[in-house]
Design a protein around this ligand. Sequence first.
Ligand SMILES: [Zn+2]
Length: 331
Amino acid sequence: MAFQDVIGHNTVVNLLKRALVNQRVNHAYLFVGPEGVGKELIAVQFAKAINCLKDTDDSCGGCRSCRKFASGNHPDFQIIRPAENSIGIEEIRALQKDMVYKPYESSRKIYIIDDAEMMTPEGANSLLKTLEEPPEYAVLILITAQKDSILPTLISRCQLIQFSKLSQEELRTFLQNQSTDVEDLKLEEILQLAEGSIGQAFKLLEDGQIWDDRKLLLDFLFKLGDKTNLEIYELLQNLNLGKDLRQWDRLLRIVKTFYRDLMILKTMDEPDLVINRSYFADMQQIKSQYSGEDLEKVIKLIERTNNVIMTNVDRELAFEVMLHKIKARRM
Ligand SMILES: [Zn+2]
C-alpha cells in the first residue's frame, strides 16, 4: 500500500507529495474531514513516504523503513488513539517523552493522533507546548472529524488538510477492488447507504450483522400498522444495539431511508433515487398507506429522535416511542 493505491482524494495526495518532493514536510498537520473517508490511511501512507529511504514522492515498499512499516513495528512511528473515549495528559506526556529521543533509524519521528478531538483539555494544552517548539525531526499528524472540538490555538499551529466525502464512482471502485463477488443490487445499496464513506462502505460489505438488522427492521416497518406493543418492545431486544452510538445512528438511518424512499415513490417518479433498491416492489405496494404530509412528519420525528438518542436518555425507550408514534400517526 502506498499513495498510488489510494482511491480519490487527489488534491490532498498531490499536496502531500509536493511537500515530499520539495522537502518541505511540516511539523504539524491537522487532517479534517468526514468519518471513514480514509484520513488515517493517507496519514499512514504519508508517514511511510516521509521515512522511505528512497527519496521520492511515495513509499517504495521495499526499503528497510517501508518493510518495518509493513510489519507494524517501525521504531520512529506511532499512532495514538483514545483509550476509553479520551486521550489524556498521560498519553501526551508519554508521546513527549518519546519525542525527546532522536529518531532511531529514520530522518523523522512521526506521530499520528487519531480522533484528536478526544484529547482532554489538559492533554491538548500540553500538546500545544510541543507544537510551539517541536524538535526538528518531529512530525505530528492530528486527525479529526470534528474540527470545532479542537483547541483553536492547536489548529493555528497545524497545516490544515481538508478531506471531503468520496464520490459514488470512487466508492464503487473501492468496493469493486475489495470484493469481486458482490451482487449488483447489493453494491448499489451499499453505495447509497455509505454516503461517501469508505469506512461505512467497508463495514456494510464485511459485516453481515448490519444486513440482518436491516432486514429485521425493514420487514418490521412494512407491517408496523399490525404490530402489538409487545412486538415493538421485542424488536428492540432483537436488534443488535448496545452502547455504540454509531450502531444507533446506523439503525435510525435505515428507518429514515425507508420513509424517505416511500416519500420519493409517492411524490416523484424517480426510481433511481431509491436507496433500498431490493425493497422497491414492496414499497410501491404500501406507499398508498401514507400521505405525503405524514411522511414528511415521520422523517422529522426520526431526526428529532436521533438528536435525543445522541444526547443521552433511555435510547431503547426513545426508539420504541418513535415507532409507536409512527404507528399511530401521532408525529
Ligand atoms: Zn521505502
